[in-house]
Design a protein around this ligand. Sequence first.
Ligand code: SDX
Length: 405
Amino acid sequence: MSAAAPAAKPTSAAKSDAAAAFARGLEGVIGGQTSVCSIEQDKLIYRGYEIHDLAAHATFEQVAFLLLEGHKPSADELARFKKEIVAERAIPASVAKFLTDAAPQLKAGTAVPMDVLRTAVGLLGHQDPDCQDNSAAANLRKSKRLLARIPTIIGHMQNAIDGRAFVQPDAALDHAANLLYMMTGRRPTTEEARVIDVSLILYAEHEFNASTFTCRVIAGTLSDLHGAVCGGIAALKGPLHGGANEMAMEMLKEIFASVGEAGIGTPKVDAWMEQAFASKRKLMGFGHRVYKNGDHRAGILHTLGRNLASRLGGTPGGLAATRWFDLGEQVQKIMLTKKNIHPNVDFPCGMTYFVMGIPVPQYTPIFVAARITGWCAHIMEQHADNRLIRPLSIYTGPAERRWNG
Ligand code: SDX
């Protein structure tokens, strides 16, 4: 149990039991049941399939189907699912206009893509004919529409930032490849597409993380799926959660700016880290509330990213692609030896997306493009067997007193 605030005197029998269960941030507290995902110290499971198995042998579309429908798709089911998603990729003109209107603020950096994405999903919500219908069938239709359209929103946002015409979805491209294509206007190589595809599989689902639990709390009031997803996007934006993938890359860029290419692999990086430790700075992309011996996903993405970097060449951010991984591995080694803290999936994600030329502010929106599948699976599960989520609290305010003293 984590160090709790000094518990005030409970005001009822129920609360005295609750006080025994209290843990700040609900650390270690079971918040419900789910058939979607299981996280153990030695494995991560999506509906019974282990993450290394999925990353090696499945595509993101297959994993999306698994999470939303609950089983591995047959060849026919997958073909039908992919056709449905491709057919739903286009976004309403009103949402496209909103993204055009937001372009100046996005270019100026006064509006961040995660906020614009959250608003765009809100706009899709009240225009969706199924919006107020929480039935399983309607929720599944809405889930597929959001899965299909979020990459288009991300692509159009990037087009707007780059001042180019919107790149329309390419029906010939699979989900991950089409996402990259819409952002850049360039069809990715097979290897680039597979790296993004696996990153979407790794990001797709993770049990009762903060954004998923947010979705479940909102769905638990019997509010609608789009509203729950808007809450999930707001929660994921935070740097302690999904926003860490952007911040991890910004941190590496800060270290490179400080030590220079020649400083990589030298005690200069150790000195930078010691200064960060001394100022009690949280180093983004490291640590995890549940994993204490390492995030199963981090190693998978790190290997893919490093291999891609060795073939990509180029000098993103003024450094050879592989040198970013050299620097990242040195930072990881110091974190492990000095703090015994492992990298989480966001650390290799930052480096991998960076060497691929993906703009940093789009990293967490891409996380949304994957996690929409896990969120929707949990929202459907909550609606299907609901109980309002309403925990207790321990009162630490002033003792009772009279208003007119
Ligand atoms: C995601 O829950 C999920 O599953 C989330 C996620 C998913 O797929 O949905 O896995 C995705 O959000 C991954 C996490 C991304 N966030 C970051 O990388 C942000 C940096 N990490 C930390 O803020 C932290 O590790 C958390 C928030 C992730 C977890 O923190 P906890 O469980 O609340 O642990 P803590 O902050 O209490 O830290 C325990 C100790 C502290 O030292 P003391 O103050 O007790 O001396 O470890 C230290 C912390 O200072 N510590 C860190 C650190 N993480 C923990 N010190 C420096 N850098 C860090 N990153």
